[in-house]
Design a protein around this ligand. Structure first.
Ligand code: ZN
Ligand code: ZN
Length: 126
């Protein structure tokens, strides 16, 4: 059976890519994500080789900690990827995919850092 392929793009289209493979959605509630995304960060966690870039002329990286870079579109401001320096995995913002994905939230992380203004998302464990 062939792997699903998800098309992703930022709001302006300056960054476009495909993600190959199946996976669940993780929602991070940490303070870094709150500041950088404006709220919780819903992402898919993939291996770097599952990402195929098709356009990236407006992609800008920002070092958000000593172990992680995050990227955004320097034209439209879309949040794109979280890229740990170890190169083992890559997180892709869910909002760039879809709207039809067939995916579900599998896990909430950094729950202890969640602000008080929203309830936890319902997660469906695999
Ligand atoms: Zn853009
Ligand atoms: Zn986070």
């Amino acid at each position: 059976m062939s792997q699903p392929v998800y098309k992703g793009r930022c709001h302006c289209g300056g960054v476009q890519f495909e993600v190959q493979g199946g996976f669940g959605v993780v929602v991070c509630h940490c303070q870094d994500c709150q500041k950088l995304h404006g709220n919780a960060f819903a992402m898919i966690v993939i291996a770097p080789e599952q990402l195929v870039m098709q356009a990236e002329q407006s992609l800008t990286r920002y070092r958000s900690s000593d172990k992680v870079q995050r990227s955004f579109c320097n034209q439209c401001g879309s949040r794109l990827f979280k890229e740990p320096d170890d190169g083992q995995k890559l997180m892709v913002s869910m909002g760039l995919l879809g709207p039809e994905t067939g995916l579900q939230i599998r896990k909430n992380v950094w729950v202890e850092s969640k602000p008080d203004w929203y309830p936890l998302f319902e997660a469906v464990p695999e």
